[in-house]
Design a binder for this molecule. Structure first.
Ligand code: SAM
Ligand code: SF4
Ligand code: SF4
Length: 344
């Protein structure tokens, strides 16, 4: 296979899907212990987090970005773990922003370290968009979910800080889990209506094998939609970009929009153009992948860019993942990578 720089749609997978987005987890560590992601029973004091030498350096990450750009990637999202735990992350953003062809850099964060100064530094470095996760406006509910007693107010301040630094509109991710925070759906919609920010309600997913996922715990997209629609009527609007994961709805009274990510009940594998890199440089072609491809070994073995490129291209061209479309109670038991490792 020969891949030239800046080819249009350089590559397609076995199901005809292009490669457009790369999500990079820059650390497997987090200061939260969200029960649906890093439950304390599993991610306790003795959990073997990656040692520093195992984690890709900024220089290695940027080399990966350059290679993926040549295969068609235009959009990079930095995630984790908690990406803002990685020191000097604005330096990484700047390095990525300098890669020709990359036209969008975004980050997903829990907001705990997102001060105005940090947000402004990220923006100045070239970050275009930010998503802040917040599962409830009720302190009791939120603190039970993040499981480290982190208060709602500090996340709201982070959202304001991001907006003030010019990273608006801010996207706000809320994972909805039955019996835990479905009563927070309407208050969240209410709080952010008319602010320009966009709340994205996410169906609780069976990522990894730690969170004890059960279908009964999923509040479906239809349920979420009807809760909000009853209060403030909504209508669906077209996707902004191909391969967008959230279905968009606008308030009929003109107070903005929301998104619903129905990865369980309405899977969108057909348009999935995303690759994911874990913090230790394993390439996953699906969020529900069991085994990654060891790009770090290729980076550290003295292989040339072209040699690594051929390997990544080969991985993508063999890709036939469509986990969410074929999910059953059987597949839910297969070994899978943890969310905190590849970052959602
Ligand atoms: N720590 C950052 C944060 O929480 O925003 C970034 C990493 S986190 C893994 C990325 C997103 O995945 C968050 O919005 C989080 O709520 C979501 N997430 C984690 N586990 C999930 C699950 N089991 N189902 C659905 N979304 C999940
Ligand atoms: Fe940390 Fe984000 Fe996972 Fe919560 S969802 S435990 S904040 S990585
Ligand atoms: Fe993409 Fe896998 Fe999610 Fe389907 S299940 S949308 S292939 S990441």
């Amino acid at each position: 296979m020969h891949v030239k720089a800046h080819d249009e749609v350089a590559i397609r997978d076995a199901l005809g899907r292009a490669l457009r987005d790369l999500r990079i987890s820059i650390t497997d560590r987090c200061n939260f212990r969200c029960t649906y992601c890093m439950p304390k029973e599993v991610f306790g004091k003795d959990y073997p987090f990656l040692p520093q030498h195992a984690v890709l350096t900024f220089e290695e990450i940027v080399r990966v970005v350059r290679l993926f750009e040549r295969l068609g990637v235009r959009k990079i999202r930095l995630t984790g773990g908690e990406p803002l735990l990685r020191r000097d992350v604005e330096r990484l953003v700047r390095m990525i922003a300098e890669v020709p062809g990359i036209d969008d850099i975004a980050m997903t964060t829990n907001g705990s370290r997102l001060t105005y100064e940090k947000a402004a530094a990220l923006k100045a470095a070239g970050l275009r968009r930010i998503t802040v996760s917040l599962d409830s406006l009720d302190d009791g509910v939120f603190q039970a979910m993040n499981d480290v007693s982190f208060p709602v107010d500090r996340v709201l301040q982070a959202i304001d800080a991001a907006a003030k630094a010019g990273l608006s509109p801010v996207k706000i991710n809320m994972v909805v889990k039955r019996g835990v925070n479905e009563d927070s759906v309407v208050p969240m919609a209410e709080r952010f209506r008319g602010t320009g920010h966009v709340v994205r309600f996410i169906e609780y997913m069976d990522v990894g094998n730690s969170n004890g996922w059960r279908m009964e715990d999923v509040v479906t997209a239809d349920e979420i939609l009807s809760m909000i629609h009853q209060r403030w009527p909504l209508e669906q609007i077209p996707a902004r970009t191909a391969g967008e994961v959230a279905t968009r709805y606008r308030y009929l009274d003109g107070q903005g929009e929301i998104g619903i990510i129905a990865s369980v009940t309405k899977p969108f594998c057909g348009g999935c153009t995303r690759a994911r890199m874990s913090s230790d440089g394993q390439l996953y072609t699906c969020l529900f992948g069991g085994k990654g491809h060891d790009v770090r070994a290729w980076l550290r073995s003295g292989m040339s860019d072209d040699e690594i490129l051929e390997r990544i291209a080969s991985v993508w061209s063999h890709r036939n993942d469509r986990y969410s479309e074929v999910r059953t109670s059987e597949t839910a038991r297969l070994p899978r990578v943890e969310m905190s490792k590849i970052g959602g």
